[in-house]
Structures are given as C-alpha cells and as structure tokens.
Design a binder for this molecule. Sequence first.
Ligand code: PGA
Length: 251
Amino acid sequence: MLADALNVRVFASELEAASSCAALVANAVREKPSLVLGLPTGRTPLNVYRELVALYQKGRVDFSRVTTFNLDEFLGLPPDDPSSMRAYMERHLFQHVNLASERIHFLDGSAERAERECVRYDIQLASAGGLDLLLLGIGPNGHVAFIEPGESLQAASHRARLSRESRQTVASLFGDDVWKVPPAALTLGMSALLQARRVILLAFGVNKAAAVTAMVRGPITPLWPASFLQLHGNVEVWVDSEAGRGLDGSR
Ligand code: PGA
C-alpha cells in the first residue's frame, strides 16, 4: 500500500477545522511573533478569520509584529475597490486586529504594468524570507491561489486568465454577476507556495471532493495545480467528510 504524499486530516465539521486552524495560527504567532503568513480569500477561510478576530479580542494573539502576504488580486481593481481581495481582507481580518499596515502585502491589481508588479511582489516576499505558514483553499478545478489548470504552470508570480469556473466561484464578490468578475488576476506562483515552510490547505463541501482526490492521489499535473503540493514535505490537508469522501479506503 502506498502512503499519500499529503497528510490528510478529516474534521467532524467545517467549524471545528476553522477553530483548530485559528488556534494553530495563534500558536505559530506566539512561537514566532514575527511570523510571515500567507493568506487566502474566498468562502473557505471566513470562519478562520472570524476565530482569529475572536482570539485577538480575548487577548490571546498579538499580530503587531506579524507580516502577511495575500495570494492574489483581481487584475484591474484598485485596493479600495469593494470587490477587491484587499477589501475582503480589510472587512474580515485587517480592520479587526493589530496588524501593522506596513507589514501587510498585496499584489496591486491596478498596477500599470502587471509583469513588473509580479516581479516586485516576488522580491518583496523573498526579502521577507518567504512564508513561514501558508493557509490555502482549493478551487473545484484544483487551482490554488489563482494558479489555474492548463498545459503548464509558472513558477513565479504571474498574470492568470481566470477560467469560467473560477469566475463563478468568486461571483459573490461582484453581486453574484459572473460577467462583472474580471477576466484575469495576479497571483503568486507555485514556487512561493512550495517554498512556504508549512502549509495548511482547507477544503470543505462535496464540490471540493474531486479536486481534493486529484491533489492527494492523482499524478502531479498542471491540469490539477494543487497536485504540485505533493512535492512539498510539510502540507496538511484539512477537510470535512464531504470534501474528503474520495479518499475513503486505502489506495
Ligand atoms: P472558496 O475558494 O474558498 O470560495 O471555495 C477557494 C479557492 O478558490 O481557492
């Protein structure tokens, strides 16, 4: 029997996974107050951010020396656009905790030259020493960050054309109108994800089951970008029973 390359942990509920994840982040910050944290947006991390805000309000975590790098941003949107990933992070985390604004990092979707902006971001992340802890979600199509499925993938941060499926999953940020979702985004590349020292990937619900199975059990292929995480030595995949249902039984 082959062992899975990724450590999978099945939680009784999404909420239980979210509070364990928030506790893990808080512990990591206590152990290393200057932690460099990689952060996702989307529906998946919402409860994690809610729990982190609650822990902060109870005085159980101090973000004052923490550095953050978000994974991606829509191309063409300035940071203060209410549909931007930056605005999402402000609403759900940044406004409620004591992160120092100069240590919050984001790709600027409104930068005049996208390629130059991606290079700037990679240099900024490298100068911060890379990610200590990276939280990830996964798209139903197997994307991580906005590294979309295709015939090849790029190591460095890059401009990504968004698939129709991905645009549908973020339509809620645009009044549920998929036509208002920008056609492209800027995203960290696979190299930054693979160099993170520890990764926790969260996936909940049956619509993630195929992507989770492909990531954990499938061949490493750019058709399922998350499968590249099999090359990383320290990834935990935290799922509820629905997202993990393709993994039942041994391989
Ligand atoms: P979701 O998106 O959390 O909204 O499901 C996850 C992702 O696309 O990475």
